[in-house]
Design a protein around this ligand. Structure first.
Ligand code: SF4
Ligand code: SF4
Length: 294
């Protein structure tokens, strides 16, 4: 079972929720936490696992043999990302724009294109408090995060429960992170900014056909806009978390709350129960796939 924790907007407390939810259930369940926020991974700050390398991730980029090239321009025409430019007697490849789709090499009539690997980032794994932890680090300046996120997801153990800490936003890296999840918990805050990005995230998850629930963080600030939206859209709110000094102080020290507070452990165990209930309701809908919630 895969549960993604996402947020349309950065800074809502998504990683805090993902890490503490994982800690609340890791004593009872076989659990994996995958930090897919590869541009800025930070879940490890709270879990402090001892890491070991889990592989480099490459994408195949084209190299042109100009002795064979006829400058016909077909490769440039097919490339949706403008990663190849064909001039009269010259051809330019921009590897940092290339998505590694292979179309240019496949369609070159002269067989003039071969593909070479280009490293985009690394994966690291470790364990902490009964959690198998995995994250990726995108190379500095690299824009191509979805293949690294895809490689992390290929390491998901289908036998247990996996919690994915998604990147913020609603663009390609988030879609790659949440795709295939059984449920997505959206962490938001009750402000017009939170609502705006929550709306985008809910629409994205509908298109992906992923059941969704909302956690309202810092629930005592702002207004009722998130409640009104969720009621109108039929999206369940699973939990409200008010601003809390204890949580803020532990966060500032890079410590999770669950191992340090019975009150918070109970709160995140209850959140897990709410997610299981939401999944069971989803299972009962006609035409829905069966989800193993054990
Ligand atoms: S498709 Fe092949 S032959 Fe045509 S311009 Fe590109 S590399 Fe050259
Ligand atoms: S592999 Fe795909 S994205 Fe890269 S240059 Fe070729 S066609 Fe463009």
């Amino acid at each position: 079972m895969i549960i993604a924790v996402a947020s349309g907007k950065g800074g809502t407390g998504k990683t805090t929720v993902a890490v503490n939810l994982a800690l609340a259930i890791s004593q009872k369940e076989k659990l994996q936490l995958v930090d897919c926020d590869v541009e800025e991974p930070n879940a490890h700050i709270f879990l402090k696992p001892s890491f070991q390398p889990a592989g480099t991730v490459n994408i195949p980029v084209p190299v042109v043999d100009e002795a064979k090239c006829l400058y016909c321009g077909r490769c440039a025409e097919i490339c949706a990302f403008n990663a190849i430019a064909v001039l009269k007697e010259n051809i330019l490849v921009f590897p940092e724009l290339c998505h590694g789709c292979g179309a240019c090499a496949y369609l070159c009539p002269e067989g003039a294109i071969k593909e070479v690997p280009r490293g985009i980032g690394v994966m690291e794994e470790g364990s902490s408090d009964g959690i198998d932890f995995l994250h990726g680090r995108l190379n500095p300046g690299e824009a191509m995060s979805p293949p690294l996120i895809g490689a992390l997801k290929n390491k998901i153990d289908p036998q247990g429960i996996t919690i994915i800490d998604s990147p913020p936003g609603t663009s390609c890296p988030v879609v790659t992170s949440v795709k295939g999840s059984d449920f997505c918990l959206l962490v938001t805050e009750p402000t017009p900014f939170g609502l705006n990005d929550l709306d985008f995230a809910v629409q994205m998850l509908r298109k992906l056909d992923i059941p969704t629930g909302v956690l309202v963080n810092r629930a005592d600030i702002g207004n009722n806009c998130v409640e009104d939206f969720c009621r109108e859209e039929g999206v369940p709110i699973l939990k409200h978390i008010p601003w809390d000094e204890e949580l803020a102080k532990l966060y500032a020290r890079g410590e999770p709350v669950v191992p340090n507070s019975a009150r918070w452990r109970e709160m995140f165990e209850d959140l897990w129960g709410q997610i299981e209930d939401a999944l069971n309701k989803e299972k009962q809908k006609p035409g829905k796939k069966e989800v193993d919630t054990t």
